[in-house]
Write a protein that binds this ligand. Structure first.
Ligand SMILES: Cc1cc2nc3c(=O)[nH]c(=O)nc-3n(C[C@H](O)[C@H](O)[C@H](O)COP(=O)(O)O)c2cc1C
Length: 204
Protein backbone atom coordinates (compact mmCIF):
# COMPACT_ATOMS: atom_id res chain seq x y z
CA UNK A 1 0.00 0.00 0.00
CA UNK A 2 1.08 3.56 -0.67
CA UNK A 3 1.25 5.95 2.26
CA UNK A 4 1.57 9.70 1.78
CA UNK A 5 3.15 11.52 4.73
CA UNK A 6 2.53 15.27 4.88
CA UNK A 7 4.09 17.70 7.35
CA UNK A 8 3.18 21.36 7.51
CA UNK A 9 4.76 22.69 10.70
CA UNK A 10 7.11 25.67 10.42
CA UNK A 11 8.86 24.75 13.69
CA UNK A 12 11.46 22.32 12.32
CA UNK A 13 12.92 19.94 14.89
CA UNK A 14 10.90 21.60 17.69
CA UNK A 15 7.65 20.60 16.02
CA UNK A 16 5.27 18.33 17.89
CA UNK A 17 3.26 17.36 14.80
CA UNK A 18 6.44 16.39 12.91
CA UNK A 19 7.51 14.11 15.75
CA UNK A 20 4.09 12.50 16.10
CA UNK A 21 3.31 12.20 12.38
CA UNK A 22 6.61 10.30 12.04
CA UNK A 23 5.53 8.00 14.85
CA UNK A 24 2.21 7.37 13.11
CA UNK A 25 4.04 6.49 9.89
CA UNK A 26 6.42 4.17 11.78
CA UNK A 27 3.49 2.43 13.50
CA UNK A 28 1.64 2.10 10.20
CA UNK A 29 4.73 0.55 8.59
CA UNK A 30 5.18 -1.83 11.51
CA UNK A 31 1.53 -2.91 11.36
CA UNK A 32 1.70 -4.36 7.85
CA UNK A 33 4.23 -5.30 5.22
CA UNK A 34 4.73 -3.57 1.90
CA UNK A 35 4.00 0.00 3.02
CA UNK A 36 5.61 2.39 0.54
CA UNK A 37 5.96 5.92 1.93
CA UNK A 38 6.25 9.18 0.01
CA UNK A 39 6.95 12.32 2.00
CA UNK A 40 5.96 15.92 1.34
CA UNK A 41 7.32 18.56 3.69
CA UNK A 42 5.15 21.63 3.15
CA UNK A 43 7.01 23.54 5.89
CA UNK A 44 10.40 23.17 4.22
CA UNK A 45 9.22 23.14 0.62
CA UNK A 46 6.01 25.15 0.40
CA UNK A 47 3.61 24.65 -2.47
CA UNK A 48 2.90 28.01 -4.13
CA UNK A 49 -0.35 29.60 -3.05
CA UNK A 50 -3.26 28.78 -5.34
CA UNK A 51 -3.80 31.88 -7.48
CA UNK A 52 -5.39 33.20 -10.64
CA UNK A 53 -2.18 32.21 -12.39
CA UNK A 54 -2.57 28.62 -11.11
CA UNK A 55 -6.16 28.47 -12.32
CA UNK A 56 -5.20 29.93 -15.71
CA UNK A 57 -2.22 27.58 -16.11
CA UNK A 58 -4.22 24.48 -15.21
CA UNK A 59 -6.99 25.54 -17.58
CA UNK A 60 -4.74 26.28 -20.57
CA UNK A 61 -4.30 23.38 -23.02
CA UNK A 62 -0.86 21.80 -22.46
CA UNK A 63 0.40 22.65 -25.95
CA UNK A 64 -0.43 26.35 -25.47
CA UNK A 65 1.22 26.83 -22.06
CA UNK A 66 4.34 28.99 -21.81
CA UNK A 67 7.25 27.82 -19.62
CA UNK A 68 5.92 29.39 -16.40
CA UNK A 69 2.44 27.95 -16.99
CA UNK A 70 3.95 24.52 -17.72
CA UNK A 71 5.82 24.65 -14.43
CA UNK A 72 2.71 25.70 -12.50
CA UNK A 73 0.46 23.07 -14.11
CA UNK A 74 3.09 20.36 -13.53
CA UNK A 75 3.13 21.25 -9.84
CA UNK A 76 -0.66 20.84 -9.66
CA UNK A 77 -0.51 17.57 -11.60
CA UNK A 78 2.28 16.10 -9.45
CA UNK A 79 0.52 16.92 -6.21
CA UNK A 80 -2.77 15.51 -7.50
CA UNK A 81 -1.13 12.31 -8.82
CA UNK A 82 0.68 11.73 -5.52
CA UNK A 83 -2.57 12.29 -3.62
CA UNK A 84 -4.70 10.04 -5.84
CA UNK A 85 -2.11 7.24 -5.71
CA UNK A 86 -2.13 7.13 -1.90
CA UNK A 87 -4.12 4.49 -0.05
CA UNK A 88 -3.33 6.13 3.26
CA UNK A 89 -2.36 9.67 4.28
CA UNK A 90 -0.82 10.99 7.48
CA UNK A 91 -1.20 14.75 7.89
CA UNK A 92 0.74 16.71 10.48
CA UNK A 93 -1.61 19.62 11.18
CA UNK A 94 -0.59 22.24 13.73
CA UNK A 95 -3.03 24.95 14.72
CA UNK A 96 -1.75 28.39 13.73
CA UNK A 97 -4.03 31.33 14.51
CA UNK A 98 -7.01 29.01 14.92
CA UNK A 99 -6.62 27.52 11.47
CA UNK A 100 -4.45 25.11 9.55
CA UNK A 101 -1.03 26.44 8.43
CA UNK A 102 -1.32 28.38 5.17
CA UNK A 103 1.15 25.85 3.72
CA UNK A 104 -1.33 23.04 4.36
CA UNK A 105 -4.18 25.10 2.93
CA UNK A 106 -2.13 25.64 -0.26
CA UNK A 107 -1.78 21.85 -0.61
CA UNK A 108 -5.52 21.34 0.01
CA UNK A 109 -6.25 23.87 -2.73
CA UNK A 110 -4.32 21.64 -5.17
CA UNK A 111 -6.14 18.41 -4.23
CA UNK A 112 -9.73 19.65 -3.92
CA UNK A 113 -10.42 20.02 -7.62
CA UNK A 114 -13.74 19.79 -9.47
CA UNK A 115 -13.84 16.86 -11.87
CA UNK A 116 -10.89 15.16 -10.15
CA UNK A 117 -11.71 14.75 -6.48
CA UNK A 118 -15.31 15.96 -6.42
CA UNK A 119 -18.13 16.61 -8.86
CA UNK A 120 -21.49 18.34 -8.65
CA UNK A 121 -24.41 16.33 -9.95
CA UNK A 122 -28.20 16.44 -9.76
CA UNK A 123 -28.00 15.30 -6.13
CA UNK A 124 -25.38 17.84 -5.13
CA UNK A 125 -21.66 17.32 -4.55
CA UNK A 126 -20.12 13.89 -4.80
CA UNK A 127 -16.67 12.97 -3.46
CA UNK A 128 -14.48 11.09 -5.92
CA UNK A 129 -11.47 10.36 -3.72
CA UNK A 130 -12.84 7.78 -1.29
CA UNK A 131 -11.11 4.55 -0.26
CA UNK A 132 -8.32 6.35 1.55
CA UNK A 133 -7.57 6.11 5.22
CA UNK A 134 -6.39 9.37 6.76
CA UNK A 135 -4.73 10.04 10.11
CA UNK A 136 -4.52 13.70 11.13
CA UNK A 137 -2.08 14.65 13.87
CA UNK A 138 -3.74 17.70 15.39
CA UNK A 139 -1.43 19.79 17.56
CA UNK A 140 -2.22 23.01 19.40
CA UNK A 141 -0.87 25.19 22.15
CA UNK A 142 -4.31 25.32 23.80
CA UNK A 143 -7.22 22.89 24.10
CA UNK A 144 -9.66 23.04 21.19
CA UNK A 145 -11.03 19.58 20.30
CA UNK A 146 -14.82 19.72 20.40
CA UNK A 147 -14.77 23.52 20.93
CA UNK A 148 -15.90 26.28 18.55
CA UNK A 149 -12.22 27.23 18.22
CA UNK A 150 -11.57 23.94 16.36
CA UNK A 151 -13.82 25.03 13.47
CA UNK A 152 -11.11 26.27 11.08
CA UNK A 153 -8.60 23.60 12.08
CA UNK A 154 -9.63 20.04 12.88
CA UNK A 155 -13.31 20.42 11.93
CA UNK A 156 -12.38 22.05 8.63
CA UNK A 157 -9.95 19.23 7.78
CA UNK A 158 -12.57 16.57 8.48
CA UNK A 159 -15.17 18.48 6.47
CA UNK A 160 -13.01 19.08 3.41
CA UNK A 161 -11.80 15.46 3.37
CA UNK A 162 -15.42 14.29 3.65
CA UNK A 163 -16.37 16.60 0.78
CA UNK A 164 -13.98 14.74 -1.54
CA UNK A 165 -15.22 11.37 -0.29
CA UNK A 166 -12.77 10.52 2.49
CA UNK A 167 -14.65 9.49 5.61
CA UNK A 168 -12.16 7.09 7.20
CA UNK A 169 -10.44 9.83 9.20
CA UNK A 170 -8.82 9.46 12.62
CA UNK A 171 -7.57 12.46 14.55
CA UNK A 172 -4.65 11.96 16.91
CA UNK A 173 -4.64 14.84 19.39
CA UNK A 174 -1.72 16.52 21.08
CA UNK A 175 -3.22 19.69 22.51
CA UNK A 176 -2.40 21.97 25.42
CA UNK A 177 1.21 21.89 24.26
CA UNK A 178 1.86 25.46 25.42
CA UNK A 179 0.26 24.97 28.84
CA UNK A 180 3.44 24.04 30.70
CA UNK A 181 5.88 21.11 30.65
CA UNK A 182 3.55 18.74 32.46
CA UNK A 183 0.66 19.42 30.09
CA UNK A 184 3.01 19.02 27.11
CA UNK A 185 4.30 15.71 28.38
CA UNK A 186 0.75 14.54 29.04
CA UNK A 187 -0.32 15.57 25.53
CA UNK A 188 2.49 13.54 23.95
CA UNK A 189 1.69 10.53 26.15
CA UNK A 190 -2.02 10.71 25.25
CA UNK A 191 -1.21 10.99 21.54
CA UNK A 192 1.16 7.99 21.71
CA UNK A 193 -1.50 5.95 23.48
CA UNK A 194 -3.92 6.83 20.70
CA UNK A 195 -1.39 5.82 18.03
CA UNK A 196 -0.71 2.49 19.75
CA UNK A 197 -4.43 1.75 20.01
CA UNK A 198 -5.02 2.70 16.39
CA UNK A 199 -2.47 0.27 15.00
CA UNK A 200 -3.04 -2.51 17.51
CA UNK A 201 -6.58 -2.57 16.14
CA UNK A 202 -5.29 -2.72 12.54
CA UNK A 203 -2.94 -5.63 13.22
CA UNK A 204 -5.37 -7.90 15.01
C1 LIG B 1 2.40 31.16 14.33
C2 LIG B 1 1.77 30.34 15.42
C3 LIG B 1 0.42 30.49 15.68
C4 LIG B 1 -0.18 29.72 16.68
N1 LIG B 1 -1.52 29.87 16.89
C5 LIG B 1 -2.12 29.09 17.84
C6 LIG B 1 -3.52 29.18 18.06
O1 LIG B 1 -4.24 29.92 17.43
N2 LIG B 1 -4.06 28.40 19.02
C7 LIG B 1 -3.31 27.53 19.77
O2 LIG B 1 -3.85 26.83 20.61
N3 LIG B 1 -1.98 27.41 19.55
C8 LIG B 1 -1.38 28.16 18.62
N4 LIG B 1 -0.04 28.04 18.39
C9 LIG B 1 0.72 27.01 19.12
C10 LIG B 1 0.89 25.77 18.25
O3 LIG B 1 -0.37 25.22 17.91
C11 LIG B 1 1.74 24.74 19.00
O4 LIG B 1 3.03 25.31 19.11
C12 LIG B 1 1.84 23.42 18.30
O5 LIG B 1 2.87 22.69 18.89
C13 LIG B 1 2.14 23.57 16.83
O6 LIG B 1 2.45 22.33 16.23
P1 LIG B 1 3.92 22.12 15.72
O7 LIG B 1 4.78 22.07 16.98
O8 LIG B 1 3.92 20.84 15.01
O9 LIG B 1 4.28 23.26 14.82
C14 LIG B 1 0.58 28.79 17.41
C15 LIG B 1 1.95 28.65 17.13
C16 LIG B 1 2.54 29.40 16.14
C17 LIG B 1 3.99 29.20 15.83
Amino acid sequence: MKLLHIDSSILGDASASRQLSREVVDAWRASQSGVEVSYRDLGADAVAQFSGFTLGSNGTPAELRDAAQQHEAALSENIMAEFLAADGIVIGAPMYNFGVPSQLKAWIDRVVVAGKTFAYGANGPQGLAGNKKVVIVSTAGGMHAGQPSAAAHEDYLKFVLGFIGITDVTVVHAQGLAMGPEAREGAFAAARKQIDALFEATVS
